[in-house]
Design a binder for this molecule. Sequence first.
Ligand code: SF4
Ligand code: SF4
Ligand code: SF4
Ligand code: FES
Length: 950
Amino acid sequence: MQSIAEQDFGTPQRHGSGTVTLTIDGQEVTVPEGTSVMRAAALSDVKIPKLCATDQLEAFGSCRLCLVQIEGMKGLPASCTTPVAAGMKVTTQNRQLADIRRGVMELYISDHPLDCLTCPANGHCELQDMAGVVGLREVRYGYEGKNHRVAVKDTSNPYFTFDASKCIVCSRCVRACDEQQGTLALTIQGRGFDSTVSAGQNVSFMDSECVSCGACVQACPTATLSENSLIEMGQAEHSKVTTCAYCGVGCSFRAEMKGEEVMRMVPNKDGHANHGHSCVKGRFAIGYATHADRILKPMIRANITDPWREVSWDEAIAHAAGEMRRLQARYGRDSIGGITSSRCTNEETYLVQKLVRAGFGNNNVDTCARVCHSPTGYGLKQTLGESAGTQNFDSVMKADVIFVIGANPTDGHPVFGSQMKRRLRQGARLIVADPRTIDLVRTPHVAADFHLKLRPGTNVALINSLAHVIVTEGLVRHEFVHERCEVDSFEKWRGFVADARHSPEAMEAVTGVPAGAVRAAARLYATAGNGAIYYGLGVTEHSQGSTMVMGIANLAMATGNLGREGVGVNPLRGQNNVQGSCDMGSFPHEFPGYRHVSDDSTRHLLENDWGVSLQNEPGLRIPNMFEAALDGEFKGLYIEGEDIAQSDPNTQHVTAALKAMECIIVQDLFLNESAKFAHVFLPGSSFLEKDGTFTNAERRISRVRKVMQPRSGYADWEITQLLANAVGYPMNYRHASEIMDEIARLTPTFTGVSYARLDELGSIQWPCNAAHPDGTPTMHVGEFVRGKGRFLVTEYVPTREKVNARFPLILTTGRILSQYNVGAQTRRTENNQWHAEDRLEIHPNDAEERGISDGDWVGVSSRSGETVLRSRVTERVQPGVVYTTFHFPESGANVITTDNSDWATNCPEYKVTAVQATRVSQPSEWQKRFREFAETQDGLLKGAAVSTLK
Ligand code: SF4
Ligand code: SF4
Ligand code: SF4
Ligand code: FES
């Protein structure tokens, strides 16, 4: 169904090198080579009727409504499938064309329910529009013939309905699922009159391969595929462009609104990260923002065993600030700190770190990026000089070989996963290194050339053996290395990896990957042309996370795969603003822009601007805060948008630390797991309720725009400002844009960023400054940010986490498409219909050995704790490895993960835990305690007369 604000040019944009001039209805038009006649006409405001064409899909030429006359050309070609040619003379309107178009429309309408007034697409239906455009006045065939008007609706999908009675079999939905999404869930079944759209082999949408991305709904020109929200509430009347608050792809959406109510989220065609595509989360899963569980009034309590007391904002802020000051007076300046989140905007994160550094007077600030991509920051800074990915997403369309390491793009970064699959269907080669068989290994028309199914925890051994092949088989790009890198460091590294102990044959026993496959994969990566590496938390969340990031950078430098389009080292960031939260100085050792707190010139710059003196020593990281709390030295914590009690490893250790503190302030949408240990609750705002920016995995800064007033009265940045003023550090921003102006003024990589520039350009990839006024799509062109690229020796050090007779399996964790992180948002949506619980994947051999059948309850115990999950017996995991997601708090995935962490950054080793799995019949002791505690806390919440949206 049409968007209320976007023009459809009929066929996709072409970027041909030359241009072509032609004449359309007497008007001279110049367009890029390869453009269709239909698009050329639309670009010059000549509208040719169309039904099967849309600018999001390749032309198909089935409806014959867009016929035109072209001088010198036989017949009446379809303008959507005819490319422009120099000197072409096109006539789009004459009597003959009008008669044919009217005839086509008569046929369509004779088999269409004429219920326009009660149809959800009324006013936004392309069929209705075309009937008007061609001047349809009568249908000579009548309406009584054989028709599809009795077709049964498919309402299986919770977000959209398929009403086959309205289908014109234009195939746009099928093509959207093929071309945009790459799932190929839909087909046109039958022939002629019996042709119908079918999900899979005549099953419902919900039972098919459909992943509910919404591309078919967007493509449908009629109300055949309609959002349930529009069916229930009618059409929107205005829209605003904003950015998805879920994953690190950072898709741009139009929030289509009626008053302050969101009717639907429409992926923005002009979105630079998503080009009009979306996934089920950003497209549909926004119900959490108005969920009855939202807490809208501030609350306080003296002890976590007390009922919550609803209070005014003034009282809550005064109490929170008073407590923080009391703790500092009693236990010292360093006894408190703050944690910000990758879900917050840049502006919010900047303010939290400023509050801690300038208001609390210490550097005890950290972010949840600590537990995901901190090794990326460290590893890439050490080797390339900048703590960020090197490319934009579109770069993948120029990659010849794509190497995916420890990432699951189709689940974790779905819109980019679809783009990657598009490139693979075009013929790019694929190497996957992952202990588990992720979907990308084999999906429709895509199959990995090599799946290096390594044992969890052996990444560095694998990367060294790949490097060994490159170095010893003469595959190094020496001219690149000599021109662009520190040659001494290269020689040292080359000597290291060339050692026979790193050969694939020697490492096979460690990694479990056949040496032949490693050799072949290394040759492919080094010689296939543009080699692009994409990696995720399967790389970083290890005791050698930083080492592995460096190993990846080494490999890319040695093969010359940096500094141009189609190549690069690309961390896929999990949450929407992981990149931004790191950029904004939320680590205890770094000011905004990755400048160390000991750097005098930066510190003096900030001290002058902020009017305070700042500490020159790093503050506490999250795990250090926990240790200090248990030692009785750390007493107060301000947590904005993060749920450490669920997301951080070794839950029992975390909750013990939380219990040891005297004042925990949680600012969030819901009473999350951490808030159950809090003394002050400040109700936060959803992304729909505030202005700001997110920075995605490509370093792309995009605007978040307020589409409704904050439900609790304040946007999150305003709450932090109130708190800062109350602790005695004045802040007086009138709009989020003023915070960005300050960031730009004080951060060299952001000097060119402002809301005005973002409005003008749509989005900006930093660095954006005098040298790069429009931003930087590709980094390290010509020269690395640090000057010469630095190779670093990456010795493989096995993790301390060992399997033994007691814990013979390795547990590794990951996420799933329909849920997001700790699930606080997606669990409060219909997405639960796809994934209602975390399950333990176990290989059939391991299951059989233990008498475990699919669906059985399984006790999973580690050196840290025990939990119980239901099993899924599957060959996706290899023997000896089990896997689970971590989206539900009661699953207790982090009760079993350990305290092991990356040597450089303390990023937890979520991906390797030695466990045992046994069939059980009841919840674990921890789960029983968890349920009891949760029930008690729910009771204490009910006592607060909490205002909800019910
Ligand atoms: S929602 Fe997406 S995956 Fe499902 S059928 Fe439509 S295009 Fe295909
Ligand atoms: S469901 Fe919509 S897009 Fe698909 S064939 Fe029918 S009318 Fe066309
Ligand atoms: S891919 Fe990520 S950013 Fe895009 S819609 Fe899905 S969750 Fe949102
Ligand atoms: S729009 Fe060209 S044939 Fe349908």
